[in-house]
Design a protein around this ligand. Structure first.
Ligand code: SF4
Length: 433
């Protein structure tokens, strides 16, 4: 019997909020390994807000849509972040519970999900503690965003095998498993003792090429998945109390006739009662009255739209996904369909080099004039993207910690401007009911 554990590491950051944040890829990997009769596989999610290891914390701090706070402890700020006037924290289950788990299981393989590039300290912690407890013979395998973008960096953290992109074929080889590329493996949600929401995808990848985004590196091809299986998953989980479903699609509305529309029609026909949420920005260009009405009828509750900037030239440079007229039309269609103003939010960039205070201010006022909320999308330069690499060079960034979205806008705009724009946004949002 081969023993393995799949781990979602803790996060070191200034802030962390469960904005429908689940280790989607890691939960798929667990289900894949579980198929092997010769594999004993376990799972440890440091960010499980309802874990018995954190008592009733998650139950106390959760809103109606399943979002909420993570348990965190203040830790010493790394020297490179000493200029940031905020507390630095470790979010997640205390490490001793993980140590106890691996001491009992004695896995030969530790598979670690690697997310945001600037969250590497949590990955380093899991690698180091796993090796200390299990000895150097344990094989550390990593996959996910950071591993795909910067495999050599992850090797330096101590990983033995770093998987770039889709992990299943490589894992099939390592663990002697069958793999059928045409069938999609769904995440294993039954690993959680309590689930306020699940996450789904109807599509993979994105056909756009925005210069700051790594979507095309992570998933080079855009494809539509079998929506019937997602309907089945939601139906199953809703009957046992899951009330919220978040989409992780990068381009949910692209090819909507093949994916979202038939999916919504089935949800309506089957009378499935859940609240849908779109934490990843929707492409406002593709929202018309017909889809807005269908989304409302099927149970969409919160809508997040990409707006980014009001400057037309910059809208074009950032990928030409949406122009102001199209954005305004989408908002009107959503309002006409009956969405509540307080549940429609537009993302506006903060800290994007070349986008000054006045431009951000104008975008905030424009969104507010439409009667919906603003969320500031604090810019983080992502390595290997054209804009990310340019900015990293220009600002002489020598530690990924400085690409943190809570940090980089301070470098590009300065503390006072960032604070001013955040309070402007808060003041205007408070008017939206
Ligand atoms: S549309 Fe969104 S997901 Fe697609 S490339 Fe642009 S930012 Fe990335």
């Amino acid at each position: 019997m081969v023993k393995a554990i799949v781990v979602n590491p803790p996060v070191y950051d200034f802030t962390l909020y469960d904005f429908w944040l689940k280790p989607y890829g890691a939960l798929r990997v667990y289900r894949f390994l579980k198929q092997g009769k010769h594999i004993e596989v376990d799972f440890f999610d440091f960010l499980d807000r309802y874990s018995p290891y954190v008592g009733s914390y998650g139950f106390k701090y959760t809103d109606d849509f399943g979002r909420g706070k993570f348990i965190g402890t203040e830790v010493e700020k790394p020297e490179v972040l000493s200029f940031v006037k905020r507390k630095y924290r470790r979010f997640g289950i205390p490490v001793e519970h993980y140590v106890e788990k691996i001491k009992n299981l004695k896995p030969e393989f530790v598979l670690i999900y690697t997310g945001m590039t600037y969250w590497y300290p949590g990955i380093k912690e899991v690698i180091e503690i796993s090796k200390r407890v299990l000895g150097d013979q344990v094989k550390i395998i990593t996959g996910g965003v950071l591993s795909t973008l910067l495999p050599d960096f992850v090797k330096q953290l101590g990983a033995d095998i770093v998987i770039q992109g889709d992990a299943f074929e490589i894992l099939a080889g390592i663990f002697d498993l069958e793999f059928d590329a045409s069938s999609y493996i769904f995440p294993c949600w039954s690993l959680y003792r309590f689930l306020p929401y699940i996450v789904i995808r109807l599509t993979e990848g994105c056909p756009f090429r925005c210069p700051y985004c790594a979507s095309y590196i992570l998933k080079p091809a855009f494809r539509v998945l079998d929506f019937e299986k997602s309907v089945y998953e939601i139906e199953r989980w809703s009957t046992i109390g899951v009330k919220n479903v978040a989409f992780y699609d990068d381009a949910l509305l692209v090819r909507k006739k093949e994916a979202l529309i038939p999916f919504l029609e089935q949800v309506i026909r089957k009378k499935i009662k859940v609240n849908f949420h779109t934490p990843n920005a929707l492409h406002a260009r593709f929202i018309d009255e017909e889809i807005a009405v269908l989304m409302k009828k099927a149970g969409f509750k919160t809508i997040y739209l990409g707006f980014e900037t009001i400057n037309e030239k910059k809208q074009k440079e950032l990928g030409g996904k949406v122009y102001t007229g199209e954005f305004d039309r989408a908002v009107n269609a959503l309002l006409k369909a009956g969405f509540e103003r307080k549940n429609i939010t537009a993302y506006v960039f903060l800290g994007l080099p070349g986008m000054d205070e006045k431009e951000v201010e104008e975008a905030i006022y424009h969104v507010n004039s439409l009667g919906i909320k603003v969320m500031l999308s604090e810019f983080s330069p992502i390595p290997r993207t054209p804009l990310g690499d340019k900015v990293i060079k220009e600002f002489r960034i020598n530690d990924l910690l400085l690409t943190n979205c809570s940090v980089f806008p301070l470098l590009s705009m300065g503390y006072d401007k960032v604070q001013y724009l955040k309070s402007l946004k808060n003041r205007l949002n408070a008017e939206i009911q």
